[in-house]
Ligand binder design. Structure first.
Ligand code: NAD
Ligand code: ZN
Length: 341
C-alpha cells in the first residue's frame, strides 16, 4: 500500500510502498478515506529535537483520519466491515490503575498512532478495537477526519462551566479556532480570541469568536473595558504555548477564574504566582481527549449544529502531500485534508 513514511532520520517525508499492516485478533483494519495534518506531523516532518528523540525510523506517520472498516480480528464483535470510523490516537495500556478505573486518558503508558506505532497517512491502518469511534450516519468526511484535534478543543473547553461565562482563548490556531466554536455552541457570552496572525484571527471570527484581539496592537485590559468586563474573564483556554500569552491570560482572569492549558510551551514558563494565589485561580493541564466522553460530546455537538468546517483551508489528494506540508509550514493553513480515495 501507499503511505507517507519517515524513512530516514532527516527532514521530510517520503511517499513509499509498505506492506498492509497485520490484523491482530483484537484489531480492526481500516481503509483510510481522509487524513489531516497536525502540528505534530509538522514537527516530525521538520525533524526537530522532539521528533529526533521520539520517532523511530522508518515510521508511517499521521493520526488524524476517517475511514471504513474492511476487516476485523476474530475477537471483535462490536465492529464490522462497512462502518465509518475514526480512532483515538492514544493507545493505552489497559492495566494501570487509571485505565482499570476507566480514566484511560490518564494512562501513563500511552503509545501514539503515527508516533510510536504505524499511523494513518496510509491506505490502510490497523487499530485495537478499543480505539475505534464509529461516526453518526451522514457525517461530512472532512469533518470526521479532524475529530482528533476537535477533541483537543472540546476536552479543553468543556473542563469548566461555559454557560453565560466570558471566555478568553489565547492562540487562534486550528484548535483555538475550533474551541471558539465549541464555547459559543455551549452558551458562553463573550468568546475573546487572541493571536498575532491576522489570518488566523479572521478564521476564529468565522468560527464564532465574538471578539478577536491582535495582541501586538491591542491589550486585553482595553478589550475588557470595551466589553464592560469589570472583574475579568471567567474561563481561560491556553492554546498557543506562548509564555507571553499565558502570563497575559493569568493577569486578565477574574478572582476564582478557571484556566485549562492545552498549548505546549517549548520551555519552562515563569509566572507571577501571587496572581494565582491571591486571585485563587485554578489551572488544569489537558492532554489528548477523554476516552470516550470527549468523542461522545463531539459527535452530539456536530449532530446539534456545531459547524467547524471553516477551519479546513486545504483539500488535496495524498499525492500532493508536499503542498499540504508547505502550506502548514508557511502558517497560512489551518487544517489540511489529504484524500486517500
Ligand atoms: P498552532 O501552533 O497552529 O497555533 C498556535 C497559535 O498561537 C498560532 O496561531 C500562533 O500565532 C499563536 N500565538 C503565538 N504567540 C501568541 C501570543 N503571544 N498570543 C496569542 N497567540 C499566540 O497550534 P494548534 O495546532 O492550534 O495547537 C494549539 C496548541 O496546543 C499548540 O501549542 C499545540 O502544541 C498544543 N497541543 C496540545 C495537545 C495536548 O494534548 N496537550 C494536543 C494538540 C496540540
Ligand atoms: Zn494505562
Amino acid at each position: 500500500m501507499k503511505a507517507l513514511v519517515k524513512k530516514d532520520a532527516a527532514p521530510g517525508l517520503w511517499l513509499d510502498d509498505v506492506p498492509i499492516p497485520e490484523v491482530g485478533i483484537n484489531d480492526v483494519l481500516i481503509k483510510v478515506k481522509r487524513s489531516a495534518i497536525c502540528g505534530t506531523d509538522v514537527h516530525i516532518y521538520k525533524w526537530d529535537s522532539w521528533a529526533q528523540k521520539t520517532i523511530p525510523t522508518p515510521m508511517v506517520v499521521g493520526h488524524e483520519f476517517v475511514g471504513e472498516i474492511v476487516e476485523v480480528g476474530s475477537n471483535v464483535n462490536d465492529f464490522h466491515p462497512g462502518q465509518i470510523v475514526s480512532g483515538e490516537g492514544h493507545v493505552v495500556c489497559g492495566r494501570c490503575r487509571n485505565c482499570l478505573a476507566g480514566r484511560r486518558h490518564l494512562c501513563a503508558h500511552t503509545s501514539g498512532v503515527g508516533v510510536n506505532r504505524p499511523g494513518a497517512f496510509a491506505e490502510y491502518l490497523v487499530l485495537p478495537m478499543s480505539n475505534v469511534w464509529e461516526h453518526k450516519p451522514g457525517i461530512d468526511l472532512d469533518v470526521a477526519a479532524i475529530f482528533d484535534p476537535l477533541g483537543n478543543a472540546v476536552h479543553t473547553a468543556l473542563q469548566f462551566d461555559l454557560l453565560g461565562e466570558d471566555v478568553l482563548i489565547t492562540g487562534a490556531g486550528p484548535i483555538g479556532a475550533m474551541a471558539a466554536a465549541v464555547c459559543r455552541h455551549a452558551g458562553a457570552r463573550h468568546v475573546v480570541v487572541t493571536d498575532l496572525n491576522p489570518g488566523r484571527l479572521a478564521l476564529a471570527k468565522r468560527l464564532g469568536a465574538t471578539r478577536t484581539v491582535d495582541v501586538r496592537h491591542e491589550s486585553l485590559a482595553e478589550v475588557q473595558r470595551d466589553l464592560g468586563l469589570t472583574e475579568g474573564f471567567d474561563v481561560g483556554l491556553e492554546m498557543s504555548g506562548s509564555p507571553a500569552a499565558f502570563r497575559d491570560m493569568l493577569a486578565n482572569m477574574c478572582h476564582g477564574g478557571k484556566v485549562s492549558m492545552l498549548g505546549i510551551p517549548s520551555e519552562e514558563i515563569a509566572i507571577d504566582w501571587n496572581t494565582v494565589i491571591f486571585n485563587m485561580l485554578t489551572i488544569k493541564g489537558i492532554y489528548g481527549r477523554e476516552m470516550y466522553e470527549t468523542w461522545y460530546k463531539m459527535s452530539v455537538m456536530i449532530e446539534s449544529g456545531l459547524d467547524i468546517s471553516p477551519v479546513i483551508t486545504h483539500r488535496l489528494p495524498y499525492t500532493e502531500f508536499q503542498q499540504g506540508f508547505d502550506a502548514m509550514l508557511s502558517g497560512d493553513a489551518s487544517k489540511v485534508i489529504l484524500n486517500w480515495e
